[in-house]
Structures are given as C-alpha cells and as structure tokens.
Design a protein around this ligand. Structure first.
Ligand code: ASP
Length: 584
C-alpha cells in the first residue's frame, strides 16, 4: 500500500499511530541535527521530522538529499508537534519518520509551487501540470467538478438524460468558423468539429428523447479575444413539447439550484426584460442589474438650443454617477479621456454636476439653463450629489460607449460585488441582424430559431423587425446561457434559410438531413445552452475562465505546454492528400 492516510488527514487523535504517507516534498528545513520536510499531496500538507536522536545516520543522510518536488513515501509514527501550526489542518502533529523511500526525484521546478508563486503566466502555462499542484489552481478544478456534479444531479432528477453526440460532423452554424478535420478515408473531404451539438439535439427530439443534456466541448474558430477559448464547454440542453415559458422555468430551477448548493445564495426572482428595453436602458443585451445607473434618453429635451453636437445626433443619452458631483475637474477630464480612448470611441462627453443645493453646473452652460439641466436630471433619475455623463451620436455606437462607461464606473465604485448574484432573462431578441458590411441578414441566434408566434408574415416585408422566440440568461453582466424555441417545420426552415441567403441547393446540401427529419413527425421543441467555463468562473468569483480550465489555450489560441497548433509530417500530409502552398 502506498499510503495509509493522505497528507491532509492526520490530527491529534492519530498520535502514536503508525502511518505511511506519499507525496511531494514542498520544502525542507535542515538544521543539521534536525530536518523538517513539508510533504504535500492533493489533500494537504503534513510535516515530517527526522532528528539525530531518534533517526539513524543513514536515514538522516537520505533526508538531507531530498530536493523540492521529490516524490517520496514515508513510514513513521504520528507525534505531537512542539510548536503547533494553527493555519493548517494537520498542524497539531508531525510524523517521526522511520523509513523513507524516494519514489522519484525531481528537477528544481521553474517556479515555486506554493499559493503565492513567483512564476509568471507564461511559465505556469508551459508547466501547467506543476501549476495544478498549487492550491489555487487545484481548488478551481475541484470547484468546477462540484459545479458540474450539481448540474448533472439537478438535470438528471428533472428527467434529462445525458446523450453523447459526435465530434466529427458537418458544419453547424453558430456564427463562427468551423475547425475542420481532413478525412484520410475520403480524400478531399473534411469533417467539421461542432460549434455546438445544435442539430443533433434537435434530431434527438425527433427521436423521442424529450429531455436531453450534455456537458460537451464545442469548437469555434473565432478571432481571438481576451479570455476566449477556441474549445470550450457547454451545458447543452433540449426539450420537446415545450414553449418558451417551460424552458425558462426549468433553467431558472437549475440556476437556483446551483446558486443555492454552490454559493448558499437564494435568489428571489428572475426578472425579464426585452432585448429592446435592455438596449434602451443599459445599452447592452447582457446588463448587470446589481446596480442602477440606467440610461436616460434626452433627445426631446436637448435639441431645442444651438448646441450642434446634440442637434445633429441620432441619440443623446446619459447616466448619473452616484456621488460624482464631487469629482474634481481633473478627475472629470480623466473620465473624458477614458471615453475617448479608441477602445470606447466616444468623441467627447458632456457632464452636469448636480449640486446638493439643487443647482446644476454643466460643461454646456453656454447653451442650456438650469431649467434644461433640471429636466435632464429628472429624465436620468439623477440625485443631488450625482454627476450626469452624456454621450451623443449614432444610436448603436453611443449605447455601447455609455454602457462601457456605466460598467467602468460601477467597477470603480465597487458596485460589482462578487458575492451578489442577480440573474436576468433577456427575451424577444430580433430574429435577424443586418450585417452592415455585406448588407445581408444573418440569424442573431442561429438559423433554427423560430420567429415569435404571429410574426412569420413580417419576415418578407420587414425582416429586421421580426422578433425571435429566443432568450438569454444573464448573470451579473455576463451572458451565461442562450437558447430558443426551434422551427420544427420543413417549409418554415426552408424559408428561414432563404432569408439568410442560402440557395435551395446550399440549404439542402447543408441542412437537408434536418429538414428531411422534420417531415417525420418532428415535435415542437426548444432548448438552451450554458457556457460552463464562464458560469464556473462567475460562481467562483473570478474573472478569467482560463483559471478554471485544466489545460487552457493562451490568448493566441496556443497550447504552449504541448506546443500546438503545429505542423505535421509530410507523410501525414501525403496520406491525407493535402498539399500546402509552402511545399514543393
Ligand atoms: N446551440 C446554441 C448555442 O450554442 C444554444 C441553443 O440554442 O440551445 O448558443
């Protein structure tokens, strides 16, 4: 037996017990006549002791040879520790070693394997297996396990069954590029890795599996953005014989369950907001509603004077920053610089200080009087002591800019508390989105999403106005899940694909299998998928999803540990009949 106890198990009650432990040498302190070794495994740290009086000369020598991260097995007796360490669970005892076996030695690790490490991000990624030995990383993996077990428990109790769907498939459009895999047996042909199991879960509904879930890898070849992984994990779910209300109800249940079991938090309500309203009030389709600072639109109270900037703007809109009236001139200038940074992109910012005595002082006093400013304050819901910040310009852009400012200020003012959870459903998304560059419409959710009842007719006349039976679950300003009620009728699916610019042939080629299946008694169905990585990181109160993935890729989509992506051997290319431009 390698070990009788883990390194986190021994307590005062074990004193005088003979034990065998195995683990890694975290560090050793050699006083010459006495040596202490911190032995670590997944469960904790136990102090080992070797001392001249009680330990043989040979064993002392062997103990002296131990280096950091050596893997050892020891046999010994649990004794009371002279100076106890209250900070660790095993701090009352130590093991007086009688036998030491070195199971494997170790090179000196490139960084210290302790909670506070000296290793930089790149180094830790390259030696991820060493980083995983550290508590913070290990605990994140344990946490992720706990979350995923609770998900399985809840869904399984609700009658959902876990069905695996294939990874080598054909394109499923979720708005990204596919990763493709060349087929050796069918030269010149490629599989695509799933952007999601969307079509398969719909086929499962047609197969009569009326509640499906899977915790599944999805692959999307998207342009790199901070904290985005080319492969990521979804909690993918689908239900048959449901309407939107049923889906929302079920997944409110899952979210409640997770918040309760994992965080001990009971959520009162899952408010709902339409997409249009979210954009109007927060400039964003995934608003953080833990704090107010909602937008106030000011077009009708700003355009009556000679201020050209506002007069020519499509939208004039502002927010009130609580307590901001006390900002100094310098602080406000800095804020203006902040919104003008290219990442935000505003041209400028108008501000109004709402003084405690009821008067106002603005950066546009030349154009607007106290009556105007008071009206603005009312529209925005600003109180005495607040600073009103106003941006203007083209609607979509200005909303995005002001939303960025809102989030930034909330962060600075400490309104985004990690231990407060405010879920929100965003519903009634537009079905289609106009691609400004190409002038074409594409599906805002995906092409299998159904329009809201009664809106089908609008599809031909005013496609941009059609609302979808689609919903997102937002938690603290993050989209954690999204789904829709699907089309289950061949003609409607064909019509939808036509609107998205697919020719009949293309539609048949790519989605013929699904549309054919619709002809064999497809039940009404709908579902949702949650992003597990993001959900876990929010529940864990941390920002980066990478911290909760065992072997993540870096921001350039590389795995620096195994050094991938990489070239492949010429023989392999030949076998696949692939010729690269760079090859002779
Ligand atoms: N397949 C969708 C996605 O990946 C989720 C869904 O509609 O259920 O976003």
């Amino acid at each position: 037996m390698y070990r009788t106890h883990s390194c986190g198990a021994l307590r005062a009650s074990h004193i005088n017990t003979e034990v065998t432990l195995a683990g890694w040498v975290q560090k050793s302190r050699d006083k010459g006549f006495m040596i202490w070794v911190d032995l670590r495994d997944r469960y904790g740290i136990t102090q080992l002791i070797f001392d001249e009086e009680r330990t043989s000369v040979d064993l002392m020598e062997k103990a002296k040879s131990l280096g950091r991260e050596f893997v050892i097995q020891v046999h010994g007796v649990v004794i009371e520790r002279e100076s106890k360490n209250e900070n660790i669970k095993t701090g009352a005892v130590e093991v007086l070693v009688t036998e030491l076996i070195i199971l494997n030695d170790s090179k000196t690790p490139p960084f210290t394997i302790e909670d506070d490490t000296d290793g930089g991000e790149d180094l830790r990624m390259k030696y991820r297996y060493l980083d995983i030995r550290r508590n913070p990383v290990k605990e994140n993996l344990l946490f992720r396990h706990q979350v995923s077990m609770e998900i399985r428990k809840y869904l399984s109790n609700e009658g959902f069954i876990d069905v695996e769907t294939p990874y080598l498939i054909k394109s499923t459009p979720e708005g990204a590029r596919d990763f493709v895999v060349p087929s050796r047996m069918n030269q010149g042909q490629f599989y695509a890795l799933p952007q999601s199991p969307q079509t398969f879960k719909q086929l499962l509904m047609i197969g009569g599996i009326d509640k499906y879930f899977q915790i599944v890898k999805c692959f999307r070849d998207e342009d790199l953005r901070a904290d985005r992984q080319p492969e990521f994990t979804q909690i993918d779910c689908e239900m048959a014989f449901v309407e939107q209300e049923d889906v929302l109800h079920t997944f409110e249940g899952l979210t409640r369950h997770l918040l309760k079991e994992i965080k001990g938090v009971e959520v009162d309500s899952f408010p709902r907001i339409t997409y249009d309203e979210a954009m109007r009030l927060y400039g964003n389709d995934k608003p953080d509603i833990r704090f107010g600072m909602t937008f106030g639109e000011l077009n009708d109270v700003t355009k009556h004077k000679d201020f050209k900037v506002f007069n020519s703007a499509e939208l004039v809109v502002g927010i009130a920053i609580p307590g901001g009236a006390s900002f100094t001139r310098k602080e406000i200038d800095k804020l203006v610089d902040w919104v003008r940074r290219p990442q935000v992109g505003a041209l400028g910012m108008v501000y109004v200080k709402c003084h405690e005595d009821g008067s106002y002082k603005s950066s546009v006093d030349k154009f607007y009087d106290q009556v105007d400013l008071e009206r603005w304050a009312k529209k925005i819901g600003a109180n005495a002591g607040d600073l009103i910040c106003i941006l203007s310009g083209e609607t979509n852009k200005v909303r995005a800019q002001l939303s960025a400012l809102r989030m930034e200020m909330a962060e600075r003012l400490g309104f985004r508390k990690a231990d407060e959870f405010a879920p929100l459903w965003v519903v009634d998304f537009p079905l289609l989105e106009l691609d400004e560059e190409t002038g074409n419409y594409h599906a805002m959710h995906h092409p299998f999403t159904s329009p809201k009842p009664g809106q089908l007719e609008l599809l031909n006349s005013r496609p941009g106005e059609v609302k979808a039976n689609a919903y997102d679950l937002v938690l603290n300003g993050n989209e954690i899940g999204g789904g829709s009620i699907r089309i289950h009728n061949k003609q409607i699916q064909a019509m939808m694909l036509k609107h998205l610019g697919f020719s009949d042939e293309e539609a048949k080629e790519q989605f013929g299998f699904l549309m054919d299946a619709f002809e064999f008694g497809a039940p009404p169905h709908g579902g949702i998928a949650f992003g597990l990585d993001r959900l876990v990181s929010i529940l864990g109160g941390q920002e980066t999803i990478r911290d909760f993935i065992a072997f993540p890729k870096n921001n350039s989509g590389r795995d620096v540990m195994i050094d991938s992506p990489a070239t492949i051997a010429n023989d392999q290319l030949k076998e696949l009949n692939i010729k690269l431009d760079t090859q002779e």
